[in-house]
Design a protein around this ligand. Sequence first.
Ligand code: ZN
Ligand code: ZN
Length: 279
Amino acid sequence: MLTASAAEQLPRNVLRLNWTHSFLVVSLHLCGLLSLWFWPRRIDLALFLGLYLSTTFAIGIGYHRLLTHRGFRCHTWMRRVLAWTGAAALQGGPARWAAIHRRHHQMTDKPGDPHTPLMGFLHAHVGWVMCRDAEDGSDYRELVPDVPGQDFWIRVLDQGVLFTLPWLLTGVLCYAVAGWRGVLWGTVVRTLCLWHLTWCINSVCHVWGRRPNATRDESRNVWWLGLLTLGEGWHNNHHARPASAVHGWRWYEVDASGYAIRLMARLGLVWKVVREPRL
Ligand SMILES: [Zn+2]
Ligand SMILES: [Zn+2]
């Protein structure tokens, strides 16, 4: 763990709220409470599962391993599909997401890390989303000149609130297929689940878990997050070699996103895959 003196150097202005983000986080959780009264039907569960899997893969494979860490190359159409599907997870546009995440890798568990648990577990989990310091990643934009690139269809997702468009479209889809209960489970509850699991990578994976690699930070491998986030829970491996497209390095480290990338490489859909180290 970092010393108390290092923690004291961290910014003190975490209580300056980002009202837009705070409103979104609080109101979506309040809407999610309706799920206690309106249990899912089969169609609602199908929408939940289909959209959970597609957006989780798109965040892990697209936003994280492709756009942020350039772990592999692919065709332009696939970058666009991954970016738009990733935006349907309501975690911001790809450039903003990548900027904040690259900053996290640059300053992991040091002053300047947007979401280190050294500023409190709750801050690392959700507080950083609701406070102003990391509100738009604009301070870190110079870290991601390559992310939107010249591609209009990816750049548009970082303009104002346009990143919400793919998410709103999933709401329309759910409503068309299964009405308001479909929206509740396929859009609201699905988004809340992925929010918390993604946030767990920043909070839980820097506090509890195994550290098979001697990295100079507090990153950990957490098996149940590895399963639920389709491979992102092998976070200590990831900090040890960030560009590696595969995060599960041992046979028991289940990494569904890594398997998907390997399969796509075999099919010729992706190439220049950055390999994991030989153990
Ligand atoms: Zn981390
Ligand atoms: Zn990363």
